[in-house]
Design a protein. Structure first.
Length: 480
């Protein structure tokens, strides 16, 4: 396997990881007490960033299509990132970790009109069946179950009647009558997470769950958005399908609850797959066993190319690898691209678990970039936070230096702050292991977890700005 895959080295192991993430950001800039801890002063070095090369990375990675965890496309992305690291002169490895992942093999949904008493379809009626388009009209939730609808003239025998259960709250009395039905949930404030809905539906004997999007991506026409389902390791995997519809599709389904049924052909395969983590190491000159890390997750959801989430973070890391490869830091710097973040931070967790048990004695900082893109048509803000007071000071200085060096950066309003615990992404794994951590994001994305998350909203200048701030602060820690 290693021979066929170039940089690939396998570290196959079952990942037994239960991460309890209850993250509350407590943001407070610690004024004078913080400035006493700053030791870099005006000596802080600002690193570079090649925007043209980074945009080429962006186009190459998004051109591979969606890169969900465990997929061939995710591994192809890992190979590309590894080639960038190796070309920069880093010691490059693709580690793989075996973990449960899912793939959507088939997804067809149709609305079938029925005759009196809902016994048989109205096959003599023009347009009695309406087919919907996977990805654009509906999206499966992560680890959705399978449902094999019928084929041919007797297909109707497996059609599902729908039952409205309001916003899906567990105390809705309609759940009690849902056995054998497709539960129709109106997605609104107060709707439980997808995993909670699935648990309720399975416990009541429902045959499927339909989520009608009435709140997400309103300016994009309420297109469907992917949500993950996270079950505990000892729980039964979902056995019934669950999917979100666009508002338009959901409106049609809702109008047909009393006159129509659903015809579903949904096949989801769940199996253990190798998930990659790409590592590029710039060796240290003084404390070779100590290291700082700059990382991002390289996987995407299955229903879109993931330009903002999180190819933006990935190209921040590849760009910094190119820019910093000629540095000679005292501590090693590891450039990391994690797989399986969208499955619940599992790639980062597996990587950290594979390190020595006293890893916190050696890893002095992990800085993670997730969606560090600022879409100036929708705002000019971003956030860079850390639970390391000293690092926050260096982030401040890097931002201020860059604003003075290059006027083009002054249009961005970046909040840099100290937090007790960093939230949001793979940094959480390191944070809760007692390792200093940081997190950088951008202005957010209306296209998040949809098929529209493409390069049309990418602002590579903003990604470069956040990358340079993070890289400069990380370099200061590496030289401390």
């Amino acid at each position: 396997m290693a021979g066929k895959m170039g940089f690939l080295k396998t570290r196959k192991r079952k990942v037994l990881f239960a991460l309890f993430v209850v993250v509350i950001l407590v943001v407070g800039i610690l004024g004078a007490s913080r400035t006493k801890l700053l030791t870099s002063g005006t000596d802080l070095k600002v690193v570079g960033y090649d925007e043209k090369a980074a945009m080429a990375d962006m186009n190459a990675l998004t051109g591979m299509g969606p890169r969900p965890a465990g997929s061939d496309a995710e591994m192809q992305g890992a190979q590309y990132i590894a080639s960038v690291f190796e070309a920069a002169g880093l010691e490059t490895t693709i580690w793989t970790y075996d973990m449960k992942a899912f793939s959507v093999d088939e997804a067809r949904v149709s609305l079938v009109k029925y005759g009196p008493l809902m016994k048989k379809p109205m096959v003599s009626s023009s347009g009695y069946i309406k087919d919907y388009t996977h990805i654009q009209d509906f999206v499966l939730m992560g680890f959705s179950g399978t449902y094999h609808g019928g084929e041919g003239p007797l297909a109707y025998r497996n059609d599902l009647a729908m039952l409205a259960v309001g916003n899906g709250s567990a105390d809705n009395p309609q759940w009690a009558s849902c056995q054998g039905y497709a539960a129709f949930v109106t997605q609104e404030n107060g709707t439980p997470p997808a995993g909670s809905l699935m648990r309720t539906a399975m416990s009541k004997g429902c045959a499927a769950v339909v989520l009608h999007n009435t709140m997400y991506a309103s300016t994009l026409g309420y297109i469907p958005i992917y949500k993950g389902i996270y079950f505990e390791k000892n729980e039964t995997d979902p056995t019934i399908p669950i999917f979100m519809t666009s508002k338009a599709m959901g409106d049609e389904l809702k109008a047909g609850i009393s006159t129509s049924k659903l015809r579903l052909h949904i096949v989801v395969t769940v199996q253990v797959k190798p998930v990659p983590v790409v590592e590029g190491i710039l060796n240290g000159t003084g404390n070779p066993n100590e290291w700082v890390a700059i990382g991002a997750h390289m996987d995407t959801v299955y229903n879109g190319p993931g330009a903002d989430d999180n190819t933006a973070g990935t190209v921040a890391v590849t760009g910094l690898a190119r820019a910093m490869a000629k540095e000679r830091p005292k501590r090693a710097i590891r450039f990391l691209a994690f797989g399986a973040e969208e499955l619940g931070l599992k790639g980062a967790a597996a990587y950290l678990e594979s390190q020595p048990s006293n890893v916190k004695d050696f890893c002095k900082l992990l800085f993670n970039l997730d969606m560090p893109n600022i879409d100036l048509e929708r705002g000019n803000t971003g956030n860079i936070v850390s639970n390391s007071n000293w690092t926050v000071g260096n982030l401040d200085m890097a931002r201020d230096k860059l604003n003075k060096m290059e006027d083009r950066y002054q249009k961005y309003d970046l909040t840099i702050a100290y937090v007790v615990h960093t939230g949001g992404s793979d940094n959480v794994v390191f944070d809760y292991a007692g390792i200093p951590a940081g997190y950088a994001d951008g202005s957010g994305s209306l296209e998040y977890h949809t098929f529209k998350d493409d390069t049309s909203r990418i602002n590579i200048e903003s990604i470069g700005l956040e990358a340079r701030i993070v890289g400069s602060a990380a370099l200061a820690v590496a030289n401390k």
